[in-house]
Ligand binder design. Structure first.
Ligand SMILES: *Cc1c(COP(=O)(O)O)cnc(C)c1O
Length: 456
């Protein structure tokens, strides 16, 4: 399979190059040049298969002709061996028609592990094959940094550099990144907010003096991450679709997770309606109402991993919804960069609305939902997942509906205590990070100084 840019440039990139690079050369995002539905026999052949088999087949499909199936198989097996639940993505019934998909049984207890553990294996093996080293750099509001550090710690061909905003991630999130003993993991707490961290990463990528670092991005625009996430939609939709297509409600920030569900639907798997939930940073619900994308200042909420104003993967969703109209995508992205906002033409908005709907959930609603879920179903939700449970209740879909559980509640002690009056039980595997010694440096928002430190 070959890849093209959402903004039009096509130079025949293959999966390996998409895996190891960030943006397409014209600043757009890589997307497959063809994406056609499977036959019903093909779909049936995925039924009753375990998670690992589904993962190997789906990732193999998107990397065909580039990365060998042997590398895919070994990567999936090694990655999944580090998960704590035999089903990998267990489905827990909440009531008659609603299930919780628990995507927090990986090493860092958030759904980012489901892609990054596999992508870490793939990148390390591909670099070894090409005889190269790389520096993985990422800016994080909490979960991505922890998952990336865990995925690349101790690997021989990769160094990892993680920037987080000083004092603005939860204690558990920070400790997960900073207590790893491996010398190839370096953490920096930037005196600034998440946007400052992200800007420093971009500046490093554009700095010719940083070239010797051979920087590689694993933020959520990396296509390989999306494909690894499509796996749990394929697997779960086939398990629950006896009475019709399965609807999903997804706590959303950068739009990567819900986009992965749309890919499963495009391939012909029984995925029904897709709804995203947001917190008070409700740029996407406002957009689906009005057709205008308009960034505002980010407010701090109980669900920090969704405190985002510009969803980078939305560009792919738009490209898919409007039939690959690269001119329109490029025009809209230019307007966004120039003016900080755009308004979509009515026809394109309608095409997007046919694929997704959106609901915002405020702080009090999220806390009430956490209490309700405990009372009704004896389950403790993380504050991100609570926004989706709330949105699912509002939506009242008919047919099986899955609330996507994006993190373990123990990662967000403060929100759980506010809602329930007591902390969530700490999983035994998470407890040691609360004791271990931390390693990180607090730095100013000074990209040149950081580059010099890294070049050491
Ligand atoms: C990253 C994250 C999200 C947002 O996912 P996107 O793919 O960026 O939309 C939601 N919840 C949690 C807990 C996360 O870590």
């Amino acid at each position: 399979m070959k890849y093209v840019s959402t903004r039009g440039v096509s130079r025949g990139d293959d999966f390996a190059s998409v895996l190891l690079s960030g943006l397409a050369p014209d600043g757009g995002l890589f997307v497959p040049d063809t994406l056609s539905p499977f036959s019903s026999d093909e779909i049936d052949s995925y039924r009753n298969q375990d998670y690992a088999t589904v993962a190997k087949r789906i990732i193999g499909l998107f990397s065909a002709g580039s990365v060998s199936q042997d590398i895919i198989d070994a990567s999936v097996d090694a990655a999944l061996s580090r998960f704590h639940h035999a089903a990998i993505a267990p489905l827990r019934q909440l009531n008659q028609d609603t299930w919780l998909m628990e995507l927090f049984h990986g090493p860092t207890f958030a759904f980012k592990d489901y892609a990054l553990q596999i992508v870490g294996e793939l990148i390390d093996r591909q670099l070894a094959k090409e005889g190269r080293r790389a520096t993985i750099i990422c800016a994080t509001s909490g979960d991505t940094g922890a998952a990336a550090a865990a995925a690349f710690a101790g690997r021989s061909n990769v160094d990892v550099v993680v920037l987080h905003p000083h004092g603005r991630v939860s204690d558990v999130q920070r400790r997960q990144m900073t207590t790893l003993p491996d010398a190839n993991v370096r953490n920096f707490a930037v005196e600034g907010d998440f946007d400052d961290c992200q800007a420093m990463v971009k500046e490093l990528f554009m700095d010719p003096a940083a070239a010797p670092l051979n920087l590689t991005a694993v933020n959520s625009i990396n296509w390989a991450r999306i494909i690894c996430q499509t796996v749990y939609y394929v697997w779960s939709s086939l398990r629950l679709s006896a009475s019709g297509p399965v609807n999903y409600v997804v706590p959303t920030g950068n739009f990567g997770n819900i986009l992965a569900a749309d890919i499963a639907r495009i391939l012909g798997f029984p995925v029904g309606k897709l709804m995203l939930s947001s917190n008070e940073n409700d740029v996407l619900p406002r957009f689906f109402n009005s057709g205008s994308m308009e960034r505002r200042d980010t407010v701090e909420t109980l669900s920090p991993s969704m405190d985002i104003q510009l969803s980078s993967n939305f560009e792919r969703a738009l490209w898919l919804a409007i039939g690959g109209d690269t001119e329109q995508v490029a025009a809209v992205q230019k307007e966004l960069a120039d003016k900080g906002r755009y308004t979509l033409v009515a026809e394109s908005l309608e095409q997007l609305r046919q694929r997704y709907s959106a609901t915002a959930c405020g702080r009090e609603e999220a806390l009430a939902e956490m209490r309700q879920a405990q009372k009704e179903s004896d389950v403790v939700l993380c504050p991100h997942t609570a926004t989706a449970a709330y949105a699912a209740r509002q939506a009242g879909f008919s047919g099986p509906t899955v609330v996507v559980g994006t993190a373990h509640p123990a990662k967000f002690t403060r929100a759980v205590e506010l809602a329930l009056g007591h902390p969530a039980d700490m999983p035994a595997l998470l407890a040691p990070v609360m004791e271990a010694e931390e390693r990180y440096s607090v730095i100013a928002r000074d990209t040149d100084a950081l580059r010099d430190t890294l070049l050491g």
